[in-house]
Design a protein around this ligand. Structure first.
Ligand code: F6R
Length: 267
């Protein structure tokens, strides 16, 4: 795992967008795993800008989102399908038929989850999975006690997550769906590369646990430590409780693989 500390949320999101753009250039048929939430909005804005101004090409790319609320139709403004269309898909040259999210309206949720796993496998697996971390320590919607080998399945959301996501539902946590379909921790760990973006002071404690704490199913994000190719990009506020900050900064400013990313494109 590498931890890259950037000065603010915008610079952190830009770095993640640049890493995704590089992967897309190297492999136009990239299978990209995507996340939703407020943190990702910035990263998607940068990707849209790169598409418009630098011709970043999504035409051959296929995507799989981590999760979708159960009971929300794709057209519902709170669904993650709607979020993805609004923030990314409708603004770049991706073929919507190549974009997948779990179907939260499926009659048989177990069948839907198995189908989603098959779709991912049929594409040869996910090349790059974008992730955020929730205040409850989740990746996807893998709430506390999610098995470290769990697969795509329905999951009940914790009150912490319902509160975290309430702003997207007019501030009323009672309006947030109580369940979601989510890729499992095991599904996520099978992606070839993980790119994690976490920003803001409210995430400082959970980032420290995820990166430096003991691996436990109580904090699904600690499973990131098991992945052989995981890059965590954080802003200063989110990094503030990391004990190894000095070392992480040294690695980023000295290791050859990060050379092209050291010069910030914005100041
Ligand atoms: C959403 C998802 C979640 C979010 C996490 C952070 O698809 O998978 O794990 O990434 O809850 O959300 P924000 O960015 O809203 O704090």
């Amino acid at each position: 795992m590498e931890v890259i500390i950037q000065k603010d949320a915008e610079t952190a999101a830009l770095l993640v967008a640049r890493l995704i753009a590089k992967e897309l250039h190297l492999k136009p048929h990239l299978v990209l795993g995507l996340a939703t939430g407020r943190t990702m909005e910035r990263a998607y804005r940068w990707l849209v800008k790169m598409h418009k101004e630098c011709e970043l090409d999504f035409s051959l790319c296929r995507t799989f989102n981590l999760d979708e609320y159960i009971g929300l139709a794709p057209a519902n403004e709170h669904s993650y399908r709607h979020y993805m269309n609004e923030h990314l898909f409708n603004k770049v040259n991706i073929d919507l038929r190549n974009t997948q999210l779990p179907n939260g309206m499926a009659k048989d949720l177990d069948v839907e989850c198995a189908h989603y796993e098959h779709l991912i496998a049929d594409c040869g697996g996910i090349d790059v999975q974008l992730l955020g971390i929730g205040v409850a320590g989740h990746i996807g919607f893998n709430e506390p006690l999610s098995a470290l080998r769990s697969r795509t399945r329905p999951k009940a959301l914790t009150p912490i997550t319902l509160t975290q996501n309430a702003p997207m539902f007019g501030g009323d946590m009672r309006k947030v769906p109580k369940r979601a379909i989510t890729m499992g921790v095991g599904t996520i760990l099978e992606a070839k590369r993980l790119l994690v973006l976490v920003t803001g002071p409210e995430k400082a404690e959970i980032v420290a646990k995820a990166v430096e704490g003991p691996i436990t199913s109580m904090v699904s994000a600690t499973a990131l430590q098991l992945h052989p190719s995981c890059t965590v990009v954080v802003d200063e506020p989110a990094a503030s409780k990391l004990e190894g900050q000095e070392y992480y900064r040294w690695v980023f400013s000295h290791e050859p693989e990060w050379r092209e990313y050291r010069e910030p494109l914005i100041t």
